[in-house]
Write a protein that binds this ligand. Structure first.
Ligand code: SF4
Ligand code: SF4
Length: 361
């Protein structure tokens, strides 16, 4: 672990990593439109054995997610973790399993030909009877009317500080780039053993049965390097295409950036399943829902989204994060000012995608 030589420096970086890219997603803004999913799919996983892959997926919570029941896959690290925040150095890798293809839902053939070219009145529909698919349990949610609830959870590879996928590979085909901590699969070294697929507790490494190699989210590194036709630096496609612009992209160790302020100063951005202990570098502003109503339609002081459920997803830090958001929100409602609320509302896109701050380091 590096501390950058500065005693005031709080962010843990993996050994040998100069700076760590990170993303903060504000779940209060996600409308489940899947534009991010389509942007990623169009760019990186359109075909060639990648049809079933969604490097970016958006699942409804409560729900089983993509792939189905991925939280039951195992992987990650084990060892002492007294506060449930995954902060202790990992000790031993936990063995996971490789999900069968049916848990991803596969790719469905539709009756495009008959609808578009044969003049039929049939609606457009899958030709087989699908039994599962990405976000299959869309908007089912939890709770009882009038206190039912759901929210959307976008997921990509977390480009973890302690990536168990990297540790799992006996050929060192997976690695963290030294300049920004992005986790990549060296396609020349990979032999398709799938230890990385089994080792990732977030199920974010995918096996390509056509190339017989593993593949995963690359944090759109050619875009953030400015390798496109316009030579300009762009954020990852999932972030820049998002209609409500809910993702901040930058470096965790950029102390003047919004990511550092949300994660380290305000402590309102929390990790998904910190107990897996890979130390993800994708963070979430947890969903803040209005309180419940009683049978008379009056507002009562009971959380609509049970805290217990949010703690299962985001660990104990979600309590303080939600309390801080509630307090700052109340300040603004009373006519006061809140740096946190300004930060979350933001309209400054140069701040939202701070990817060139360490250029020339
Ligand atoms: S999310 Fe999974 S694939 Fe991505 S770096 Fe972490 S362990 Fe590896
Ligand atoms: S594009 Fe943005 S709002 Fe739409 S599903 Fe993705 S993260 Fe949510």
């Amino acid at each position: 672990m590096s501390s950058d030589g500065d005693p005031a420096f709080q962010v843990d970086l993996a050994d040998g990593i100069d700076h760590q890219v990170a993303m903060v997603m504000d779940l209060n803004k996600c409308i489940g439109c899947q534009t991010c999913t389509v942007a990623c799919k169009t760019l990186w996983t359109r075909g060639g054995g990648r049809e079933y892959m969604y490097w970016n997926n958006v699942e409804t919570r409560p729900g089983e997610g993509y792939p189905r029941d991925w939280e039951g896959s195992g992987g990650g690290w084990q060892g002492d973790d007294p506060d449930g925040e995954g902060g202790q150095p990992p000790e031993e890798r936990s063995v996971g399993n490789v999900r069968p293809k049916r848990d991803f839902g596969g790719d469905w053939a539709f009756n495009h030909d008959s609808v578009f070219y044969d003049g039929t009145d049939e609606p457009l529909r899958p030709q087989a009877d699908p039994e599962w698919g990405p976000n299959w349990d869309e908007d089912e949610g939890g709770g009882e009317y009038p206190n039912s609830y759901y929210f959307y959870l976008p997921r990509i590879c977390n480009h973890c500080t302690h990536p168990s996928c990297v540790e799992a590979c006996p050929r060192s085909a997976l690695y963290k780039r030294s300049e920004d901590g992005i986790v990549l699969v060296d396609q020349e070294r990979c032999r398709g053993y799938r230890y990385c697929v089994e080792g990732c507790p977030y199920d974010k490494v995918y096996y390509n049965a056509m190339t017989k190699l593993s593949e995963k989210c690359i944090f759109c590194y050619p875009r953030i390097e400015g390798a496109g036709p316009d030579d300009e630096v762009h954020g990852p496609a999932c972030a820049t295409e998002c209609p409500p612009q809910l993702r901040f992209v930058g470096f965790l160790d950029d102390e003047d950036g919004p990511i550092y302020r949300l994660v380290e100063e305000w402590e309102v951005a929390v990790r998904l399943h910190p107990e897996y202990r890979t130390q993800p570098n994708v963070y979430y502003i947890p969903p803040y829902a209005p309180p419940q109503h009683n049978d008379d339609g009056e507002t009562v002081d009971v959380d609509r989204i049970p805290r217990e459920y949010l703690r299962e997803l985001f660990g104990p830090a979600v309590n303080d994060a939600l309390d801080t958001i509630e307090r700052e929100r109340e300040t603004v409602m009373q006519g006061g000012e809140s740096e946190l609320m300004e930060l979350l509302i933001h309209t400054d896109y140069a701040e939202q995608y701070r990817l060139e701050v360490f250029d020339g380091d």
